[in-house]
Design a protein around this ligand. Structure first.
Ligand code: GAP
Length: 431
């Protein structure tokens, strides 16, 4: 993780937030390569979940919602972690922290307080008066924005159950123990989809979405042997879930949750229906009675998936006594799709390379580099995750072909510009 953190800083994937002021606990900023990687990742998810399907609509709801939403959803009462304080050093721990032995502080040996519930939601104030009436919460999950818009989306899109609503957006949790780089942070992005179904079909759709989401990580190029399922037992289940499975990944710090798939039953819609007095039941000509749809939720963390891509792709190879870093990430999400190099800075090669660069730039994020030995240029691109390097050499000027080098196989194939465009289009779309 340390090596990955320093690569991310050096190459501009991720920086500590507010670094010139010493940083602020557990928030991170995405640099030029990181922002591009994140954008590609979100597009890949959005594409799979909405554009390539007819039964899922997109939504972009506000972060600040009516406070009643969070009372109704159960988050004000239930979205808590048990917390203990050290009476001596004042440090705080989750009561279930495995490093706690008995009632002693794992840092200083001081006495710990009894466990108390600590709500993870951030509060702020809306409007000019800082009193209780104006308290609003930063959303701890994007899901509620979907539930309160269920009728709006259904009526405007004319979708019929089974159908889904997908959303990507920021969520905030005042985590007691954030850490492991961007794995657990207090501000993060979620990619969530809520699928509305007839209650009698919940098990079928739950299995369907487990399979879909598992396959999505394969399409993203994540190593299969590093993924596994974890079913929540009764004690682990969130307050809204009947059944829940996590897709876990084996990080350098152990197996941990990457995405959650939950059967939320009619818990959320029933409660919102009761609290808002709006009829959220569903009916169409296929059913004799109105019903409150059940919801199958797929909930992925965007930052956590990005971390997974980096961890999964990180590779080191010894070349002539030197450690070379390769970021073997899928062309679908790679920040730079191809780099273009003239072999040498003479004989018309830079001019030809510039032409290739300008042509490819119309369709792909590409990078032009003519400085230093070509081996160094390859190395810089390998650690930035660039899957292809295109080199213009002496033969290019004779027959217009250039070498396209594959970062992972090291194979070099000669192609002309139209072939390269076709090749990149295919690789970048993940087809
Ligand atoms: N709407 C359901 C829900 O929010 P969750 O299991 O609490 O479920 C879903 O969160 C996903 O969001 C997690 O699998 C993880 O990828 C991401 N996530 C949750 N808390 C996070 C945090 N503090 N930092 C980064 N990602 C987080």
């Amino acid at each position: 993780m340390d090596k990955l953190g320093s690569l991310c800083k050096r190459r501009g994937f991720v920086f500590p937030s507010s670094e010139i002021y010493g940083g602020i606990g557990s928030t991170w900023d995405y640099g030029p390569l990181g922002a591009e990687l994140k954008r590609n990742l979100k597009s890949f998810w959005w594409d799979a979940m909405t554009n390539r399907r007819d039964d899922i609509e997109g939504l972009d709801a506000a972060i600040l919602m009516h406070p009643k939403v969070w009372h109704t959803s159960g988050h004000v009462a239930e979205f808590t972690d048990p917390l203990v304080d050290c009476k001596r050093c004042k440090r705080r721990f989750r009561a279930d922290d495995p490093s706690i032995k008995g009632s002693k502080c794992p840092e200083c040996g001081g006495e710990l307080t009894d466990a108390r519930k600590f709500n993870l939601m951030f509060k702020t104030f809306m409007g000019p008066v800082e009193d209780e009436a104006a308290v609003v919460y930063l959303r701890p999950e994007t899901a509620q924005g979907i539930y309160v818009n269920f009728l709006n989306v259904k009526n405007s899109s004319r979708q019929k159950v089974p159908f889904g609503i997908a959303q990507i957006g920021k969520a905030f949790r005042n985590e007691i123990t954030p850490g492991n780089f961007i794995f657990r942070t207090r501000e993060f992005e979620q990619m969530e989809m809520q699928f509305f179904i007839h209650p009698s079909e919940d098990e079928k759709w739950f299995e369907y979405w487990r399979e879909q989401r598992w396959n999505w990580y394969q399409a993203l190029g994540i190593k299969k042997e590093k993924l596994r399922w974890h079913q929540h037992d009764h004690g682990e289940l969130a307050h809204y879930a009947k059944t829940a499975y996590d897709i876990q990944y084996e990080y350098p710090f152990g197996w941990q949750e990457l995405e959650g798939i939950h059967n939320r039953t009619d818990f959320d819609l029933s409660r919102h229906m009761q609290a808002s007095s709006k009829d959220l039941r569903y009916s169409d000509e296929r059913y004799t009675e109105k019903f409150i749809p059940y919801i199958i939720e797929t909930s992925a963390g965007c930052d956590r998936t990005l971390l997974t891509i980096l961890v999964d792709g990180y590779d080191e190879i010894e070349v002539k006594g030197e450690t070379r870093v390769f970021l073997r990430i899928s062309p679908v999400v790679a920040p730079i799709k191809a780099a273009i190099f003239p072999l040498v800075k003479k004989d018309g090669m830079p001019e030809f390379a510039e032409k290739v660069y300008l042509e490819l730039k119309k369709k792909f994020k590409v990078f032009y580099d003519e400085s230093g030995a070509v081996g160094r240029r390859y190395a810089r691109m390998d650690e930035a995750g660039t899957p292809y390097c295109i080199t213009i050499d002496g033969d290019t000027l004779k027959d217009e072909t250039m070498t396209v080098r594959d970062r992972d196989t090291m194979e070099q194939t000669r192609m002309k510009i139209p072939q390269i465009v076709e090749f990149l289009e295919k690789k970048v779309s993940g087809l």
